[in-house]
Design a protein around this ligand. Structure first.
Ligand SMILES: CC(C)=CCNc1ncnc2c1ncn2[C@@H]1O[C@H](COP(=O)(O)O)[C@@H](O)[C@H]1O
Length: 275
């Protein structure tokens, strides 16, 4: 690959500096334009970084124009016709009627149910799919969708573009999404959203365990269990989210008013002092 360059030779290749024996025998352009060689390079980390970047660009492109949105998580395995599927559908419909765009993982089961409900109520139904080792397409009830290669890029989209999380019954994937979202709220990384669990028969045990094991061992704070709300009623899901958003808007308004008043007081004080 390298030719014998004298030790004091130098080559600049974009941000990289090569000296002496490290100078490649060809230039970047030459390698790009020459005939195709082995394709191993597409699996190298610098190339992956570009792919990751392009996923962010595509996700931001799809979602940045979306208004108020709620992400709905839940099992990929629950079948149409079951009571949980109907619950998911009803929640998707109620959220859409309340003006929220519904974002799901774009897969089958509870994701499909929420997308179907949102679409049937005339709302915007979005699916953020994930490449999996087996054949799978976005469900049929999605108006706009993107399929991601990387879980962590997709997760950023759920958090960045929704203002609430609704968590329906589900397995490891759903638990991962639930605990990531509460961790983000607990650590103040996101301040603007409620997390609502739906299905007390399914989630009640987890809620009790959080109180009994986690709280009693002191591994969470006394107010941390309040980060999660639990209900069975689709109407209440929407009420919890709406109320949280109204409270947040009020707090923001008060903070802004406080800042403006503080500024006025400082200006008046300065004028009085002649400074
Ligand atoms: C039939 C089957 C297993 C399909 C998997 N297809 C999937 N498509 C899209 N998102 C998924 C899929 N599986 C898991 N997820 C993600 O993980 C959660 C569901 O995982 P689980 O089924 O609870 O653990 C969903 O909220 C979703 O964001």
């Amino acid at each position: 690959m390298t030719q014998s360059h004298p030790d004091n030779d130098i080559r600049q290749a974009g941000p990289l500096t090569y000296r002496g024996r490290s100078i490649p025998s060809t230039t970047t352009d030459q390698r790009l334009l020459e005939s195709r060689g082995p394709s191993d390079w597409v699996h190298t980390d610098p190339w992956r970084v570009l792919r990751i970047q392009s996923e962010f660009v595509e996700g931001f492109g799809l979602l940045s124009e979306v208004g108020q949105a709620v992400s709905v998580f839940g099992s990929a395995r629950i079948q149409p016709g079951t009571s949980y599927y109907e619950l998911g559908q009803s929640i998707g419909a109620k959220l859409a009627s309340a003006g929220y765009t519904v974002i799901t993982g774009g897969g089958p089961g509870m994701m499909e149910a929420a997308n179907k409900g949102a679409q049937s109520s005339g709302g915007t139904s979005i699916g953020l799919g994930i490449e999996l080792p087996f054949e799978q397409t976005l469900n049929d009830y999605i108006d706009m969708g993107v399929t991601f290669r990387y879980f962590f890029v997709r997760k950023t989209m759920f958090v960045k573009y929704s203002q609430a999380f609704v968590v329906l019954p589900g397995g490891f994937g759903t638990l991962d999404e639930l605990f990531e979202s509460i961790t983000l709220v607990q650590t103040g990384k996101v301040t603007r959203f409620p997390v609502v669990l739906v299905g007390s028969a399914f989630w009640g045990g987890l809620r009790d365990w959080i109180r009994e094991a986690l709280l009693s061992e002191g591994v969470i704070s006394s107010d941390d269990p309040e980060l999660i709300r639990l209900t069975d009623d689709p109407e209440e899901v929407v009420d919890i989210i709406r109320k949280a958003h109204v409270d947040l808007a009020r707090r923001e308004f008060e903070t802004q008013q406080f800042a403006e008043t503080a500024e006025q007081v400082t200006a008046a004080q300065r004028a009085e002092d002649g400074t």
